[in-house]
Design a protein around this ligand. Structure first.
Ligand code: ADQ
Length: 483
C-alpha cells in the first residue's frame, strides 16, 4: 500500500528525560493537527528530529526513544549537538530566517554552517530514501530542509515530492544577495509541487527561478531537468473547531474553574469604567514587530491622553531562540521599552502594559483571547500568523477588533481587520482609537465575515488541498511518461 511520508525538522512529539525516565507526549500544535489525517492514514510515517541530541542518549535510552516514537508512526533523524548548533541555530536561524524575512543586515553567512546545513539535509534525505517506496508521496516542510527535495529526487525520480515553505519567500532583490541562491533554488526544485502561504511569495519565488536560474516559467509551472514543477499558494489555517469549542467551554466556566489569570482579568473587566484589554501574543522574534508595537502604543498614549487608565496592553512574548544574539538584544530592548513606558505613565491604580515573557498553557491562551477587546498584531514580516486566526476563532460573542499588520500572510485573507503598516506609528495609534470606539454592530459585522473565512479554510483543509494537488501533479506526470 502506498504511503505518505511527512518530513519536518522536528517530530510532532515532546520528549523529555527526567531521572533517566522517558516521557513522550504527542504535540498539539497546529501543524501536527493539520497533518494528523495525512500522517495517520494507512501506514504513513513522519520523519524528523526527536528534540534530543545524540550526546544526551545512551544505548538504552536511544532504544527506548526509538520504540516510543515508532508507536507514533514516527522515525527519528539523529542530530549531534554540533549539527544542531550549525544547521539549526546557525544556517537555519541566523542565515535563512533573517534573509527570508528581509533582515539582510542580520543574515550571517559562513562556510562551516553551510556545510553543516548540506550534511544535515543529506541525513534527512537518507532517512527518507530508507523508507520511501515507489508510489509513495513525500511532503517536506519548511526552510530548514530546502535541499532535501533535490537530494531525494536524484535517487528516486519516480516518487512525487511536495514542499511547503512556512515563512515568506522574499522578493528577488533580497534573495539575489545570497551567496548560495542557486543551490537553494535547485534544492527546492527537486519537488514536484512547491507551496507557499500567499500568491506574493509564489510570485517572488518564480521571479527568482526565472532570473537566477534562467529557467522557463509558464504561469505557475517551471520546466527544469525535463520535469514540470507546479508552484501554488495554500494559505494555512487553524484547528478552528478546537479554538471555538475551547472558548465556548470557557464561557460556561464557574468561579472555581477559573485560572488565576482569568480571575485577575475579571477584576479589571468588571470595574465600573471597565478597562479595555488590547492583546498581543507572539514568539519573542525580531520579525514580530514587538518594539514597533510598544512604540506605537506609547504614541497612542501621548496623542490620546483621554484613554489613560481606560486601556491596557497585555503582551505575551514566548521565549524563542535565545542563544542567538539578535534575540537577546530584542529581549533587552523590549524589557527597557516596557519599563520606560510603565515608569512614565503608570498611576497608583493603573499599569498600561502587562508583559509576560513565558510560555502559557493552552487554557490561559484562551483566557487571554476571550477577555481581550482588541488583538494588536504588528509583525514587520510574517509568513502567515496563526495568532490572528486564533483570536477570530475564539470570539464567541462575535465582538472584538483585530488590528493586523499588512506584512503578514494572514492579512491577504483577513480584509475585515483594521490593516496597518507596522512602521507607521500614527496609523497604528489611530487604529487603536478606531477599534476602541468601534460600535458593536460594526465589530460584529466584521467579525462574522472573518469567522466565516477562517472556519472555512481550516488547517485540515489546507493539508488536504496540498495533498490533492500533489496527487494531481503526480497523475499528470504519469500521463506524460506514458505518452
Ligand atoms: P510562528 O512564527 O511561530 O510560525 P504563528 O503562526 O503566529 O507564528 O504561530 C504561533 C503559534 O504558537 C500559535 O498557534 C499560538 O497559539 C502558539 N503560541 C503563541 N504563544 C504561545 C504561548 N505563550 N504558549 C503556547 N503557545 C503559544 C511560523 C511562521 C508563521 C506561520 C506558521 C505556520 O513564522 O508565519 O504562520 O509558522 O506556517
Amino acid at each position: 500500500m502506498n504511503k505518505t511520508i511527512i518530513v519536518s525538522n522536528r517530530l510532532p512529539l515532546q520528549i523529555s528525560i527526567e531521572n533517566e525516565e522517558l516521557e513522550v507526549t504527542p504535540s498539539v500544535g497546529g501543524l501536527a493537527t493539520g497533518l494528523k489525517s495525512v500522517h495517520k492514514d494507512g501506514n504513513g510515517i513522519w520523519i524528523g528530529w526527536s528534540g534530543i541530541t545524540q550526546e544526551e542518549l545512551d544505548p538504552r535510552l536511544e532504544a527506548e526513544v526509538n520504540e516510543a516514537i515508532t508507536k507514533e508512526q514516527c522515525v527519528s533523524v539523529n542530530l549531534t549537538e554540533s549539527d544542531l548548533d550549525l544547521y539549526y541555530y546557525g544556517f537555519s536561524n541566523r542565515t535563512l530566517w533573517p534573509l527570508f524575512h528581509y533582515f539582510i543586515e542580520y543574515t550571517e553567512y559562513n562556510t562551516e554552517s553551510w556545510e553543516a546545513y548540506k550534511r544535515v539535509n543529506q541525513k534527512f534525505a537518507n532517512k527518507v530514501l530508507e523508507y520511501a517506496e515507489d508510489g509513495d508521496k513525500i511532503w517536506i516542510q519548511d526552510y530548514q530542509l530546502l535541499l532535501v527535495p533535490a537530494l531525494v529526487k536524484k535517487n528516486k525520480p519516480d516518487i512525487s515530492i511536495g514542499f511547503f515553505n512556512h515563512i515568506p519567500f522574499p522578493s528577488y532583490e533580497i534573495f539575489r544577495t545570497f551567496p548560495k541562491r542557486k543551490e537553494l533554488l535547485r534544492g527546492m526544485l527537486g519537488a514536484d509541487l512547491i507551496g507557499f502561504h500567499t500568491y506574493d511569495y509564489e510570485r517572488h519565488f518564480l521571479s527568482s527561478v526565472k532570473r537566477i536560474l534562467s529557467l522557463d516559467v509558464n504561469f505557475n509551472k517551471v520546466t527544469y531537468e525535463n520535469r514540470i514543477i507546479k508552484v501554488d499558494s495554500f494559505p494555512m489555517g487553524i484547528d478552528y473547531k478546537k479554538f471555538k469549542q475551547a472558548a465556548l467551554d470557557h464561557d460556561k466556566m464557574n468561579e472555581d474553574e477559573k485560572s488565576e489569570i482569568q480571575k485577575r482579568l475579571d477584576q479589571h473587566l468588571q470595574k465600573e469604567d471597565g478597562v479595555k484589554m488590547i492583546l498581543s501574543i507572539d514568539r519573542m522574534d525580531y520579525t514580530k514587530g514587538i518594539p514597533n508595537r510598544i512604540k506605537a502604543f506609547e504614541y497612542f498614549l501621548n496623542k490620546y491622553p483621554e484613554f489613560h487608565e481606560k486601556i491596557r496592553l497585555i503582551m505575551l512574548a514566548v521565549p524563542s531562540r535565545s542563544q542567538v544574539p539578535q534575540y537577546q538584544k530584542l529581549k533587552q530592548e523590549t524589557d527597557e521599552l516596557v519599563g520606560r513606558i510603565n515608569g512614565k505613565y503608570s498611576t497608583v491604580s493603573w499599569t498600561p502594559i502587562w508583559y509576560f515573557y513565558r510560555t502559557l498553557p493552552f487554557k490561559n491562551l484562551i483566557d487571554l483571547y476571550t477577555s481581550s477587546d482588541i488583538a494588536l498584531i504588528t509583525p514587520v514580516r510574517d509568513g502567515m500568523n496563526l495568532v490572528a486566526k486564533e483570536y477570530v476563532a475564539t470570539r464567541t460573542r462575535k465582538d472584538g477588533v483585530l488590528i493586523l499588520s499588512e506584512m503578514t500572510g494572514a492579512s491577504k485573507e483577513l480584509n475585515e481587520a483594521l490593516l496597518i503598516n507596522p512602521f507607521n506609528f500614527e496609523e497604528i495609534a489611530d487604529s487603536i482609537k478606531q477599534a476602541l470606539e468601534m460600535p458593536v454592530p460594526e465589530q460584529k459585522q466584521r467579525m462574522i465575515a472573518l469567522q466565516k473565512r477562517v472556519s472555512r479554510y481550516s488547517v485540515k483543509k489546507w493539508a488536504n488541498e496540498f495533498m490533492n494537488s500533489l496527487h494531481q501533479v503526480d497523475k499528470a506526470y504519469h500521463i506524460i511518461q506514458a505518452k
